[in-house]
Design a binder for this molecule. Sequence first.
Ligand SMILES: [Zn+2]
Length: 278
Amino acid sequence: MPELPEVEVTRRSIAGRIAGAQIHGVLLGGVLRWPLNCAPEDLLGHRVQAVRRRGKYLLLDLDVGVLLIHLGMSGRLSFAHQPSSELDKLDKLGKHEHFALQTSLGTLRLKDPRRFGAVVYAQSEQDAVIRKLLGRLGPEPLGADFDLQAFQVALARSKAAIKPGLLSGKLVVGVGNIYACEVLFQAGIHPETRCCDLDHLRMERLHQAIRAVLERAIQRGGSTLRDFSDAQGQAGHFQLETMVYARAGQPCRVCASTVCVIRQGQRSSFFCPACQKP
Ligand SMILES: [Zn+2]
């Protein structure tokens, strides 16, 4: 599933190229998770001003309104000029493509085999349809609102184990399974440790590790676990350098102890029993 780093990598791979583009056409395919919330022709003539991200949502700011895109479980965006030899394909959606935005600068296509993704238009970010999706998100880990003291207070109030706590999206958004495992390794925290049992120093290490791991993942183009690629077709490489994720039975890269895996909720938690303390 695309997580925050993959969505940010996607954003960076289209933002500069689509800014200023005028919308010439909108193609809709199969039903996605939520409806578009406007008639496709209502978007014609509008310009894309910028592309932002909040959690795992991409927000295309139009001159009027905002187009929210979620990649769901398996969604991938591509953005390309159509070569003149393929101009006859411009008004068709490819296999598993459910949305395309034809613009003066190229065509943005959403390919989503499992159709958990969505594209939703709203007149403003204050509309109920957007507020419902973005309103309850935890703080943005790479933004200024991911405040250490507030994070420490939230952790101290939670009796949940730290690994599912990170995945819940309430303490901080966008830390998916691969990144939660790597963050806890970097912070030296066992995944079953209760949030409220962490002392302030370990909370601070965790706070730093969240930023460091996500920033590193973005630098590496995200993780391509199944078929992620950015909007120019580039795969990510972070999965090749994980310290513990998907490495059960292999030696820890720091201490050579055997990396373990346990189930927490429905998810696998990979950790080093020597480097990560309860
Ligand atoms: Zn170790």
